[in-house]
Design a binder for this molecule. Structure first.
Ligand code: GDP
Length: 299
């Protein structure tokens, strides 16, 4: 948690701290409120959410006779409300009836999908779960090799096909392997070619169907690069229209000054951010905690 704070505060404390500085001014005039709005919009929180926060803050900061309310407390409460601490962020990694849980990981190439699969495997293994990985991103030999390296590093089996093998057949084999060996969780890396919606729908739909012949898909994680801003949101929407996303993994938050994307992606898709990527190392994946996140933003 301390490390999460350091990483977030190091790179993007500016957005929370900037707001706090504005809100702590003696006089909150219209110019100040406009600046507050600009900071929120620049952080990728989105127009509707920005209006909501500004309204909330204006109501709270209206001085009624006595001393002005504490700006930090007011801002913290508004931001926490926005990130929605009530969302269920638990990962569904367990199957039922002796079958493994299956985690399907989707997202565009370069978003950090393969890295996330590796890091997630590491977390589950540390929790003493048994894990098998499926390298169903068969369009890129490099992605398969990369996952194989993660498998060696974490000490889990990686089921792979040759380059160009049907992704669904690799996904099938990986889940079959998991069922046969009685593992707890199978994590399937998928291809992220955003060629067109119909193609993607065909491909991911087929992958999901063949998996479900053997074991339930318990979690569909959409990996999103936090540095891609509004463009990333458009892509996220396409994926969510193609497959029932159950959680978002926001990667590269360490390199983004735009932590506000947490808010906009949750609003856009109606699903919680469950994990955040905070670096390229094996330990740089953390469960998302709304309150810790806001505290980190405020520095
Ligand atoms: P994929 O194409 O979606 O499978 O993406 P990769 O897993 O290959 O990741 C693309 C690049 O992003 C790699 O260089 C990763 O090391 C890097 N990366 C992934 N997650 C993070 C993160 O949370 N922070 C940072 N800084 N880099 C990341």
């Amino acid at each position: 948690l301390v490390r999460l704070r350091q990483r977030l505060a190091g790179s993007q404390g500016g957005f929370g701290r900037g707001l706090l500085a504005l809100l702590s001014r003696d006089r909150l005039d219209e110019d100040t409120w406009e600046s507050i709005e600009d900071v929120l919009l620049t952080a990728d929180i989105g127009v509707a959410a920005t209006q909501q926060v500004v309204e909330g803050l204006r109501t709270r900061m209206r001085v009624e006779g006595g001393a002005a309310p504490d700006a930090r407390t007011a801002l913290r409460e508004e931001l926490v409300k926005l990130v929605d601490p009530a969302m269920d962020r638990r990962l569904q990694v367990s199957g039922s009836d002796g079958k493994p849980g299956v985690v399907l990981v989707v997202g565009v190439n370069g978003s950090g999908k393969t890295t996330t699969v590796g890091k997630l495997a590491r977390i589950l293994v540390a929790e003493e779960r048994t894990v098998t990985l499926g390298a169903a991103d068969t369009f890129r030999a490099a992605a398969v090799d990369q996952l194989a390296t993660w498998g060696e590093r974490v000490g889990v089996e990686v089921v792979r096909g040759n380059e160009g093998t049907d992704p669904a057949s690799v996904a099938f084999d990986a889940v079959k392997d998991g069922v046969d060996n009685g593992v707890d969780t199978v994590i399937v890396d998928t291809a992220g070619r955003l060629q067109n919606k119909a193609g993607l729908m065909d491909e991911l739909g087929k992958v999901k169907r063949v998996i479900e012949k053997q074991a339930p898909v318990t979690e569909v994680l959409l990996v999103l690069d936090a540095t891609t801003g509004q463009n990333g949101l458009v892509q996220a929407r396409v994926f969510s229209e193609v497959v029932d996303v159950t959680g978002v993994v926001l990667t590269k938050l360490d390199g983004s000054a735009k932590g506000g994307i947490v808010v906009s992606v949750q609003r856009e898709l109606g699903v919680p951010v469950k994990l955040v990527g905070l670096g390229e190392g094996p330990d740089d994946l953390a469960p998302f905690d709304a309150e810790a996140f806001v505290d980190a933003l405020l520095g």
